[in-house]
Write a protein that binds this ligand. Structure first.
Ligand SMILES: [Zn+2]
Length: 218
Protein backbone atom coordinates (compact mmCIF):
# COMPACT_ATOMS: atom_id res chain seq x y z
CA UNK A 1 0.00 0.00 0.00
CA UNK A 2 1.46 3.40 -0.91
CA UNK A 3 0.55 6.25 1.43
CA UNK A 4 0.63 9.95 0.63
CA UNK A 5 0.11 11.29 4.15
CA UNK A 6 2.11 10.12 7.18
CA UNK A 7 2.26 11.04 10.88
CA UNK A 8 4.57 13.94 11.75
CA UNK A 9 8.14 13.04 12.64
CA UNK A 10 7.55 14.18 16.21
CA UNK A 11 4.58 11.76 16.44
CA UNK A 12 6.71 8.87 15.13
CA UNK A 13 9.47 9.78 17.55
CA UNK A 14 7.05 9.78 20.49
CA UNK A 15 5.63 6.45 19.31
CA UNK A 16 9.11 4.93 19.08
CA UNK A 17 9.90 6.22 22.58
CA UNK A 18 6.69 4.72 23.96
CA UNK A 19 5.45 8.11 25.15
CA UNK A 20 2.41 8.52 22.90
CA UNK A 21 -0.99 8.16 24.65
CA UNK A 22 -2.34 4.70 23.86
CA UNK A 23 -5.25 5.93 21.72
CA UNK A 24 -2.82 7.82 19.44
CA UNK A 25 -0.31 4.96 19.54
CA UNK A 26 -2.92 2.54 18.20
CA UNK A 27 -3.47 4.73 15.13
CA UNK A 28 0.28 4.84 14.48
CA UNK A 29 0.56 1.04 14.98
CA UNK A 30 -2.19 0.45 12.40
CA UNK A 31 -0.54 2.86 9.95
CA UNK A 32 2.98 1.44 10.19
CA UNK A 33 1.61 -2.08 9.73
CA UNK A 34 1.15 -1.00 6.09
CA UNK A 35 3.80 1.76 5.76
CA UNK A 36 7.44 0.72 5.36
CA UNK A 37 8.41 4.40 5.05
CA UNK A 38 7.37 5.14 8.65
CA UNK A 39 8.64 1.79 9.96
CA UNK A 40 12.04 2.76 8.61
CA UNK A 41 11.93 6.15 10.32
CA UNK A 42 11.03 4.60 13.68
CA UNK A 43 13.77 1.98 13.30
CA UNK A 44 16.30 4.75 12.53
CA UNK A 45 15.21 6.70 15.61
CA UNK A 46 15.51 3.61 17.80
CA UNK A 47 19.05 3.01 16.56
CA UNK A 48 20.02 6.61 17.30
CA UNK A 49 18.44 6.37 20.74
CA UNK A 50 20.36 3.17 21.53
CA UNK A 51 23.57 4.87 20.45
CA UNK A 52 22.92 7.81 22.75
CA UNK A 53 22.19 5.53 25.70
CA UNK A 54 25.41 3.61 25.15
CA UNK A 55 27.44 6.82 25.21
CA UNK A 56 26.14 8.11 28.52
CA UNK A 57 23.46 7.40 31.10
CA UNK A 58 20.65 9.65 29.93
CA UNK A 59 18.19 10.82 32.58
CA UNK A 60 15.97 12.56 30.02
CA UNK A 61 16.38 13.40 26.37
CA UNK A 62 17.96 16.82 25.98
CA UNK A 63 16.46 19.31 23.55
CA UNK A 64 19.60 19.06 21.44
CA UNK A 65 19.33 15.26 21.18
CA UNK A 66 15.68 15.56 20.26
CA UNK A 67 16.47 18.03 17.48
CA UNK A 68 19.20 15.74 16.24
CA UNK A 69 16.86 12.75 16.10
CA UNK A 70 14.18 14.76 14.31
CA UNK A 71 16.78 15.88 11.75
CA UNK A 72 17.81 12.26 11.20
CA UNK A 73 14.17 11.29 10.71
CA UNK A 74 14.02 13.71 7.78
CA UNK A 75 16.70 11.72 5.95
CA UNK A 76 15.33 9.43 3.21
CA UNK A 77 14.97 5.85 4.40
CA UNK A 78 16.01 2.73 2.52
CA UNK A 79 13.62 0.87 0.26
CA UNK A 80 13.84 -2.43 2.10
CA UNK A 81 12.49 -2.14 5.63
CA UNK A 82 12.18 -4.70 8.40
CA UNK A 83 8.77 -6.16 9.08
CA UNK A 84 6.87 -4.38 11.84
CA UNK A 85 7.26 -5.74 15.35
CA UNK A 86 3.56 -5.78 16.12
CA UNK A 87 2.68 -7.23 19.46
CA UNK A 88 -0.65 -8.64 18.40
CA UNK A 89 -2.66 -9.91 15.48
CA UNK A 90 0.03 -10.56 12.89
CA UNK A 91 -1.87 -13.50 11.41
CA UNK A 92 -4.85 -11.34 10.41
CA UNK A 93 -6.99 -12.01 7.37
CA UNK A 94 -9.95 -9.71 8.15
CA UNK A 95 -10.61 -6.16 6.96
CA UNK A 96 -9.85 -4.63 10.39
CA UNK A 97 -6.13 -3.82 10.88
CA UNK A 98 -4.22 -6.54 12.75
CA UNK A 99 -3.31 -4.40 15.82
CA UNK A 100 -7.05 -3.73 16.42
CA UNK A 101 -8.29 -7.27 15.97
CA UNK A 102 -7.67 -8.48 19.54
CA UNK A 103 -9.98 -5.66 20.67
CA UNK A 104 -12.84 -5.92 18.18
CA UNK A 105 -12.43 -8.93 15.91
CA UNK A 106 -11.70 -9.09 12.20
CA UNK A 107 -14.66 -7.61 10.32
CA UNK A 108 -16.23 -4.14 10.17
CA UNK A 109 -19.58 -5.70 9.26
CA UNK A 110 -19.77 -7.46 12.64
CA UNK A 111 -19.41 -4.27 14.73
CA UNK A 112 -22.41 -2.70 16.47
CA UNK A 113 -22.18 0.78 14.96
CA UNK A 114 -24.01 3.60 16.76
CA UNK A 115 -25.68 6.29 14.65
CA UNK A 116 -24.49 9.82 15.50
CA UNK A 117 -26.20 11.80 12.76
CA UNK A 118 -27.54 11.12 9.26
CA UNK A 119 -24.71 9.43 7.34
CA UNK A 120 -22.42 9.11 10.38
CA UNK A 121 -21.91 6.10 12.66
CA UNK A 122 -19.25 5.44 15.27
CA UNK A 123 -17.85 2.59 17.28
CA UNK A 124 -15.99 3.51 20.49
CA UNK A 125 -12.84 1.54 21.27
CA UNK A 126 -11.26 1.12 24.70
CA UNK A 127 -8.33 3.44 25.46
CA UNK A 128 -6.84 4.41 28.81
CA UNK A 129 -5.30 7.65 27.50
CA UNK A 130 -7.30 9.71 25.01
CA UNK A 131 -10.34 8.71 22.95
CA UNK A 132 -10.29 6.11 20.20
CA UNK A 133 -13.14 5.49 17.77
CA UNK A 134 -14.03 4.12 14.39
CA UNK A 135 -16.12 6.45 12.27
CA UNK A 136 -18.17 5.33 9.28
CA UNK A 137 -19.23 8.13 6.94
CA UNK A 138 -21.69 7.71 4.06
CA UNK A 139 -20.61 8.87 0.58
CA UNK A 140 -20.66 12.66 0.21
CA UNK A 141 -21.38 13.32 3.91
CA UNK A 142 -20.00 16.54 5.42
CA UNK A 143 -18.61 16.21 8.94
CA UNK A 144 -19.28 19.14 11.31
CA UNK A 145 -16.54 21.77 11.09
CA UNK A 146 -14.40 21.56 14.21
CA UNK A 147 -11.20 22.58 15.93
CA UNK A 148 -9.20 20.76 18.58
CA UNK A 149 -7.99 21.18 22.13
CA UNK A 150 -5.29 18.52 21.64
CA UNK A 151 -3.85 16.20 19.02
CA UNK A 152 -5.99 14.35 16.49
CA UNK A 153 -4.71 11.41 14.44
CA UNK A 154 -6.97 9.98 11.73
CA UNK A 155 -6.16 6.85 9.71
CA UNK A 156 -8.30 6.07 6.67
CA UNK A 157 -9.14 2.36 6.60
CA UNK A 158 -11.62 2.29 3.72
CA UNK A 159 -12.71 4.81 1.08
CA UNK A 160 -11.45 8.38 1.16
CA UNK A 161 -12.26 11.92 2.33
CA UNK A 162 -11.08 15.45 1.64
CA UNK A 163 -10.61 18.50 3.84
CA UNK A 164 -8.50 21.66 4.05
CA UNK A 165 -5.32 19.49 4.23
CA UNK A 166 -6.00 17.52 1.04
CA UNK A 167 -7.40 14.17 0.02
CA UNK A 168 -6.87 11.13 2.26
CA UNK A 169 -7.21 7.55 1.01
CA UNK A 170 -6.83 4.13 2.66
CA UNK A 171 -3.55 4.01 4.63
CA UNK A 172 -3.16 7.80 4.87
CA UNK A 173 -2.86 9.52 8.25
CA UNK A 174 -3.97 13.08 9.03
CA UNK A 175 -1.88 14.41 11.92
CA UNK A 176 -3.85 17.53 12.81
CA UNK A 177 -2.41 20.36 14.89
CA UNK A 178 -4.45 21.58 17.87
CA UNK A 179 -4.83 25.04 16.29
CA UNK A 180 -6.34 23.82 13.02
CA UNK A 181 -10.03 23.88 12.07
CA UNK A 182 -11.23 21.48 9.39
CA UNK A 183 -14.34 19.97 7.85
CA UNK A 184 -13.80 16.50 6.36
CA UNK A 185 -16.12 15.42 3.53
CA UNK A 186 -16.38 11.77 2.48
CA UNK A 187 -15.81 11.27 -1.24
CA UNK A 188 -18.94 10.60 -3.24
CA UNK A 189 -18.08 7.28 -4.90
CA UNK A 190 -17.94 5.23 -1.69
CA UNK A 191 -18.28 5.57 2.07
CA UNK A 192 -15.30 6.09 4.35
CA UNK A 193 -14.21 4.26 7.51
CA UNK A 194 -11.58 5.98 9.67
CA UNK A 195 -9.80 5.21 12.93
CA UNK A 196 -9.58 8.43 14.93
CA UNK A 197 -7.67 9.17 18.14
CA UNK A 198 -7.82 12.40 20.14
CA UNK A 199 -6.25 13.43 23.42
CA UNK A 200 -8.52 16.41 24.05
CA UNK A 201 -12.15 17.32 23.32
CA UNK A 202 -13.06 18.60 19.86
CA UNK A 203 -14.28 22.20 19.51
CA UNK A 204 -17.37 22.49 17.33
CA UNK A 205 -18.61 25.72 15.82
CA UNK A 206 -22.24 24.69 15.32
CA UNK A 207 -24.82 24.54 18.12
CA UNK A 208 -26.22 21.08 17.27
CA UNK A 209 -22.83 19.29 17.32
CA UNK A 210 -22.00 21.05 20.59
CA UNK A 211 -25.24 19.85 22.16
CA UNK A 212 -24.65 16.28 20.96
CA UNK A 213 -20.97 16.27 21.97
CA UNK A 214 -21.39 14.78 25.50
CA UNK A 215 -23.57 11.95 24.21
CA UNK A 216 -20.99 10.76 21.72
CA UNK A 217 -17.86 11.39 23.83
CA UNK A 218 -16.42 13.78 21.22
ZN1 LIG B 1 3.81 6.31 6.96
Amino acid sequence: MSCNHHPDDSTLLSYGAGSLPDALAMVVACHIAACSHCRGKIADAEQIGLGLMEQEPVQSMSERSREWMLAMLDEPCEESMPEPQLAVGDDSDGDIPAPLQPLIGQWFSELHWRTMAPGMKQFILPASQGKLRLLKIAPGTFMPSHGHSGSELTLVLKGSYSDELGRFSAGDVADVDPDMNHQPVADTHEGCICLIATDGPLRFKGLVPRLLQPFFQL
